[in-house]
Design a protein around this ligand. Structure first.
Ligand code: CO8
Length: 262
């Protein structure tokens, strides 16, 4: 991975690409240059055959305290519309095919909450602070929060959160199904859990993992009947992969599969 100004990249575990948001003076506020770097790093890992899973994290104090309010404050409608402000944020959800885990400690507010919700799996600390406070700034969520939070917690709760701007804790995120895992300790304990899961995923066939992510995501877009058909087609297609043969032969021979990722 390249060298960046607002993020850090590393591969601390086999097959795992770690992206650390690193703009501590602004609590990792997601300015345009930061997002550009994030997208570049995500694509680099996505295209790297040695990487099987990606983690996005922040610091103990902040995953990200939102879009950069100071950058947004003077923006006009025409400027926002002409540059299609925020559209590049969809890169993660629309283009990245490998699984992305959000590891959230501290503040995940506004765009920070939305970034976490865009990831495929969300882990957080008990004390993490989530929220969509845009209403307090005279605006609304702009990076998918109204859609993804509503799918995660249901309409009534999402409506309450988005219209009051009230925060919710990591503990609540776990109880409501926003987070797949809530860790008792801090950033270090959180990353340990995220690494475990990322390494597990990176240890499987890349072909199967990407297909698994693709079909789960289809459930958010298609009717049940269409979604089940889509799943079945891709399931059929995987009989054409080498790894399906490798995995099932290894099972029958009581051996550990050596994935070809093909
Ligand atoms: N944007 C810009 N700067 C920020 C942001 C932000 N979102 N959050 C914090 N900072 C800066 C502060 O201005 C401060 O800078 P300075 O030292 O120069 O004054 C520094 O980070 C440290 O912050 P605080 O001193 O405020 O730290 P505290 O520990 O006292 O408070 C809080 C932490 C509670 C998180 C507080 O910083 C806060 O309320 N931040 C704003 C949270 C917020 O409203 N986020 C939503 C932003 S709007 C949004 O995300 C819209 C999304 C729309 C779609 C995506 C668009 C790109």
């Amino acid at each position: 991975a390249g060298s960046y100004e607002h993020i850090l990249t590393s591969t601390p575990k086999p097959g795992v690409g770690l992206i650390t948001l690193n703009r501590p003076k602004a609590l990792n506020a997601l300015c345009t240059p930061l997002f550009k770097e994030l997208n570049e790093a995500l694509s680099t890992y996505d295209n790297d055959q040695s990487i099987g899973a990606i983690i996005i994290t922040g610091s103990e104090k902040a995953f990200a305290a939102g879009a950069d309010i100071k950058e947004m404050a003077p923006k006009t409608f025409a400027a926002a519309y002409n540059e299609n402000f925020i559209a590049p944020w969809s890169h993660l959800a629309n283009t990245i095919r490998k699984p992305v885990i959000a590891a959230v400690s501290g503040y995940a507010l506004g765009g920070g909450c939305e970034l976490a919700l865009m990831c495929d799996i969300l882990y957080c600390t008990e004390k993490a602070t989530f929220g969509q406070p845009e209403i307090k700034l005279g605006t609304i969520p702009g990076a998918g929060g109204s859609q993804r939070l509503t799918r995660a917690v249901g309409k009534s709760k999402a409506m309450e959160l988005i219209l009051t701007g009230k925060n919710f804790s990591g503990k609540e995120a776990g109880e409501w199904g926003v987070a797949a895992k809530v860790v008792e300790g801090g950033q270090e304990a959180l990353l340990e859990e995220a690494f475990k899961t990322a390494e597990t995923i990176a240890g499987y066939s890349r072909v199967a993992v990407v297909a698994g992510k693709e079909v789960v995501n289809k459930s958010q877009e298609l009717s049940l009947k269409e979604g089940v058909e889509y799943e079945r087609r891709l399931f059929h297609a995987l009989f054409g992969s080498k790894d399906q043969k490798i995995g099932m032969t290894a099972f029958a021979e009581k051996k550990k599969p050596e994935w070809s990722h093909e």
